[in-house]
Design a protein around this ligand. Structure first.
Ligand code: NAD
Length: 344
């Protein structure tokens, strides 16, 4: 059986990941695009041999559309995703699920009420190196993870989004909401939860708008850098830095320091995982390079979403997972603002 997919929001993530991956999926027969800027919907419809809709209702009322990707900007996710779920669609919502816990809970409630699938695009879980890293931890040879260090940074969303200028919504408080913490940080919070099978429970942080300016040359309204200390429920300690000012090269790396050795993920471009044991053994794994803004490969997210719909299974990243990453991210921002330690 094949079905149609709808995409709300036709900017960069729709163009580089959702549309090509739906197009390549054998169970998706057509893609219908909607954007409040109709030219963008039309352009992606032409590019991916799909159709453009004039209104979001057109997508939601079309019973041949079974799945929807919500690729709109952050402030709209809770509106479109909840509406689509309650209209009978299965939804893959871009991260962050919402900008507040109240709105995020509304989305999760819409999922519960509708019984439809909700997956949130925390795609770090899907990379081969992160999956392999989880397998290595679970095998147990390295023992418990004691401490960790993670970072995610690139040169900034004004080089990525469809509006490639400093007037981008990513820099506006009312639309981006959480700055780099909600754009890149939330990915690594989800990754830490996934890899460790543990949850971050206490945080402290410093943040700043260190370098980015808006279209008027004023410092942006949200943080472009945030540096945090984290403590998990199982008493593991970690540090995390998220940045829109890593000029020159993207950094998406994580180090896990365990009882019996160290695992470095995405440190060496040739070997996506390097394991160094306590007794001096070094094991290097050559897997797949991570996707970067300049290197778009299949993320596996759309295939996993379509599979969970077809086989009626729980999505790999649920609304509850997204709630806990959002809660930590909001806690980090609160800690940075108040200068205090925040218990999540
Ligand atoms: N999972 C990931 O790795 C990843 C990567 C990049 C972006 N994202 C997320 O994807 C979402 C979109 O990001 P992007 O980079 O594509 O941004 P973008 O600015 O390139 O595109 C957003 C598009 O959504 C449309 N849009 C926004 N609000 C709308 C509304 N109310 N009605 C109709 N259309 C609307 C805009 O017109 C624009 O075309 C964001 O939430 C972002 O956080 C996720």
């Amino acid at each position: 059986m094949t079905f149609k997919a709808g995409i709300i929001g036709c900017g960069s993530i729709a163009k580089f990941r959702h549309a090509p991956e739906y197009k390549a999926n054998p169970y998706v027969s057509d893609i219908v695009f909607y954007d409040r800027n109709p030219e963008r919907a039309k352009s992606l419809a032409d590019m991916f041999e799909g159709h453009a809709a004039d209104t979001v209702e057109e997508l939601l009322n079309d019973s041949s559309i079974m799945v929807i990707s919500d690729c709109s900007s952050n402030e709209s996710h809770h509106i479109f995703t909840a509406k689509a779920l309650l209209s009978g669609k299965h939804v893959l919502c871009e991260k962050p699920i919402a900008l507040t816990m109240e709105h995020a809970n509304e989305v999760v409630e819409a999922q519960r009420k509708s019984g439809n699938k909700l997956m949130v695009d925390h795609n770090q879980r899907f990379t081969r190196a992160h999956q392999k890293a989880k397998e290595i931890i679970e095998k147990g040879d390295l023992g418990q993870v004691l401490t960790f260090k993670t970072t995610f940074g690139h040169q900034g969303p004004e080089h990525w989004g469809v509006n490639k200028s400093n007037s981008t919504w990513f820099f506006k408080k009312d639309r981006s909401g959480l700055g780099v913490a909600g754009d890149l940080g939330i990915h690594k919070i989800d990754l830490v939860h996934y890899l460790l099978g543990d949850e971050i429970e206490q945080v402290s942080a410093f943040q700043g708008a260190l370098d980015k300016v808006d279209e008027d040359g004023e410092p942006i309204e949200v943080c472009d850098n945030i540096v945090c200390s984290l403590k998990t429920k199982q008493k593991r300690l970690g540090t995390a830095s998220f940045s829109w000012t890593y000029y020159g090269e993207e950094d998406n790396s994580t180090i896990l320091y365990c009882e019996n050795g160290t695992m470095k993920i995405y440190h060496d471009p040739e070997h996506q995982i390097e394991v160094m044991t306590k007794d001096g053994e070094v094991i290097r794994y050559q897997l797949e390079s991570i996707q970067t803004n300049d290197n778009q490969t299949n993320s596996g997210v759309i295939d996993a979403f379509v599979d969970c719909v077809r086989s009626d299974q729980e999505p790999i990243v649920t609304g509850t997972d997204a709630l806990s990453s959002l809660k930590v991210t909001l806690g980090i921002l609160k800690a940075a603002k108040s200068g205090s330690i925040v218990k999540i």
